[in-house]
Design a protein around this ligand. Structure first.
Ligand SMILES: CC(C)(COP(=O)(O)OP(=O)(O)OC[C@H]1O[C@@H](n2cnc3c(N)ncnc32)[C@H](O)[C@@H]1OP(=O)(O)O)[C@@H](O)C(=O)NCCC(=O)NCCS
Length: 196
């Protein structure tokens, strides 16, 4: 395995919040990850284009290994979101891609298993990754792309003070139809202003 790039995230690094622990996934997490996806498959596939490509634990293992390689290269940080009280896997939150050549930015993305949504976990995980991105990784900008019908995501982004930056028309194909993508962004200066 290649040496980690300077600045690449430490595999053992956990990000702790009041109720959550975020850490890089390992192959041992693949069964729990697949179970969480199975329990949430229909609602998630309405929002996330990769869901139909995941057929079993082996696909999750491949996803985890690819995420680990990207973490070592410093081009992504993909975290399992675990509930501290139960140790259960609630979902995934990621900074991916992380771009540091000619930019200093990352895309923020998250999903939470359906039976654990609406309990504030999504916002708590996203807030923790924003803090990590701006303070630990010293990134300049975070952005997110969401389907305009994705009201829970919009609420989470607004709560974290992301700003709406415009809409990309027919930007991607989801379940056979073209969908628009709303662009939301947050600068480090804006984050710091909120957390003085
Ligand atoms: C987006 C997502 C991660 C949020 O996770 P979560 O744990 O439910 O988030 P939270 O509980 O912190 O916040 C959700 C907010 O949306 C609100 N909400 C939920 N359903 C809603 C709806 N249909 N209309 C409007 N608001 C809604 C909740 O009330 C909550 O608002 P509040 O903070 O004012 O109480 C989760 O909905 C998810 O996994 N969605 C599918 C994947 C996805 O779309 N990911 C985003 C791509 S970047």
């Amino acid at each position: 395995m290649a040496d980690p790039k300077p600045g690449a995230a430490d595999a053992s690094a956990e990000i702790e919040t009041k109720r959550l622990s975020l850490r890089p996934l390992t192959p041992a997490d693949a069964p729990a990850l697949f179970e969480a996806l199975q329990a949430s498959r229909e609602p998630l596939r309405r929002r996330l284009s990769w869901v139909d490509d995941v057929h079993g634990v082996a696909d999750e293992e491949m996803f985890i290994l690819a995420a680990d390689e990207a973490r070592e290269r410093g081009t992504a940080q993909v975290c399992g979101v675990f509930e501290r009280a139960s140790g259960g896997l609630l979902g995934v939150a990621s900074l991916s891609p992380i771009e540091t050549a000619h930019a200093s930015k990352a895309e923020l993305e998250a999903w939470i298993r359906v039976d654990s949504q609406d309990k504030g976990f999504g916002a708590e995980a996203a807030r923790a990754l924003c803090e990590h991105a701006f303070h630990k990784l010293q990134l300049h900008r975070l952005y997110a792309r969401i389907d305009p019908a994705n009201r829970p995501s919009r609420k989470v982004l607004k709560r974290l003070h992301f700003r709406y930056e415009g809409t990309l028309r027919e930007d991607k194909k989801l379940n056979g139809r073209w969908v628009q993508q709303e662009c939301w962004g947050l600068l480090r200066s804006e984050w710091q202003k909120q957390h003085k």
